[in-house]
Design a protein around this ligand. Structure first.
Ligand SMILES: CCCCCCCCCCC/C=C/C(=O)SCCNC(=O)CCNC(=O)[C@H](O)C(C)(C)COP(=O)(O)OP(=O)(O)OC[C@H]1O[C@@H](n2cnc3c(N)ncnc32)[C@H](O)[C@@H]1OP(=O)(O)O
Ligand SMILES: NC(=O)C1=CN([C@@H]2O[C@H](COP(=O)(O)OP(=O)(O)OC[C@H]3O[C@@H](n4cnc5c(N)ncnc54)[C@H](OP(=O)(O)O)[C@@H]3O)[C@@H](O)[C@H]2O)C=CC1
Length: 270
């Protein structure tokens, strides 16, 4: 595993789930991390954990929908660590609802967090990289329904597709600054946020598992590991792409293959 010593990263939604696992992974590789989110408590918990393990972390509250709050968070990270080498756009909001029942405000809440929030953070961080003449790597966490679509998630699917288009566009536009942009598309991943928003009932979990050929949820840590790979110099020639890690889910159910029943079994995530 490549050392990220002396590097400094920002992780939005870094207090829980995939964001927290990513922050801990980056810190374990020697990087400093700034974790951003709306609630102070989970951010402080992760920052404290990083420090307990000998790393350095800053917890900064900000709503990614608010460009001024994002600017302040990026300034705080620059003041504290003197550099920014990368960003993980991980913050998201989601809930399952029939599209015809989705209110204008429900649409706006999810699209604002996922699409506008990603732009607010990406533009604020990239401007610092360009001003300081430093290369950088930006990874956005999306979902495979950005291209497959998925009933019940029209707001999130549309916003994540926008993030893919943003990533591809900026990968070309900012290549001259040596700023790389990529996406990671995890499949169903065992986190509290997704668990309560998307598969709260055992019946829902079973249906999700039945759609995954590898028959298990991803673990947040294994997604964080892939994000770390794309941030690192091992991925120096990778830009504008999406790394899918979904246990085969987006390939779709096949007609001739293993039975789709899970018999209620919920294999543990890695
Ligand atoms: C079917 C799914 C299985 C598919 C399997 C595919 C593979 C997996 C792919 C999974 C991909 C993505 C996963 C994730 O993104 S998981 C992340 C989940 N984490 C969170 O959602 C945490 C953050 N969430 C939030 O902050 C909130 O949930 C919210 C997004 C709503 C934003 O909060 P905010 O405080 O800003 O907003 P409000 O509470 O004021 O609500 C705004 C409007 O939205 C309406 N709303 C809220 N919840 C629901 C709901 N459950 N159903 C319908 N409408 C909802 C709310 O009523 C407000 O609208 P109105 O003012 O009109 O009432
Ligand atoms: N878990 C899964 O199955 C999958 C998840 N993903 C994606 O992975 C990412 C992480 O999801 P996951 O870890 O499961 O979920 P979580 O709910 O644990 O993470 C979401 C994080 O985003 C933060 N957040 C939400 N809204 C805002 C906001 N407006 N401003 C700042 N921070 C915000 C939350 O903190 P706070 O509430 O304190 O602001 C929380 O820490 C998301 O992008 C999600 O779409 C993709 C595919 C599958």
């Amino acid at each position: 595993m490549e050392s990220l010593a002396d590097r400094a990263y920002l992780v939005t939604g870094g207090g829980t789930g995939i964001g927290a696992a990513t922050a801990l992974h980056l810190a374990a590789l020697g990087a400093s991390v700034t974790v951003i989110g709306r609630r102070e408590e989970p951010l402080k918990k992760i920052a404290d954990e990083v420090r307990r393990q000998g790393g350095d972390a800053l917890a900064h509250t900000a709503d990614v929908r608010d460009p001024a709050a994002v600017e302040a968070a990026v300034d705080a990270a620059m003041d504290r660590f003197g550099r920014i080498d990368g960003l993980v756009n991980n913050a998201a909001g989601n809930f399952v609802t029939p599209a015809e029942k989705l209110s204008p405000n429900g649409w706006r809440a999810v699209v604002d967090i996922v699409l506008n929030g990603t732009w607010n953070c990406t533009s604020a961080v990239a401007r610092r990289m360009i001003e300081t003449n430093r290369p950088g790597s930006i990874v956005s966490v999306i979902a495979t329904y950005a291209w497959t679509g998925h009933p019940g998630t029209v707001h999130s699917a549309a916003a994540k597709a926008g993030v893919v288009a943003m990533t591809r566009t900026l990968a070309v536009e900012w290549a001259r600054y040596d700023i790389r942009l990529n996406c990671v598309a995890p499949g169903p991943t065992e986190t509290e946020g997704a668990g309560s928003a998307l598969w709260a009932e055992q019946e829902d979990r079973d249906r999700v598992l039945a759609s995954v050929p590898l028959r298990r949820f991803a673990g947040a840590a294994e997604v964080g590991d892939l994000i770390g790979l794309l941030l690192s110099d091992r991925a120096a020639y990778i830009t504008g792409t999406t790394l899918t890690a979904d246990g085969g889910q987006s390939l779709g159910a096949q007609i001739y293959g293993p039975p789709l029943e899970t018999n209620g079994a919920s294999p543990s995530p890695r």
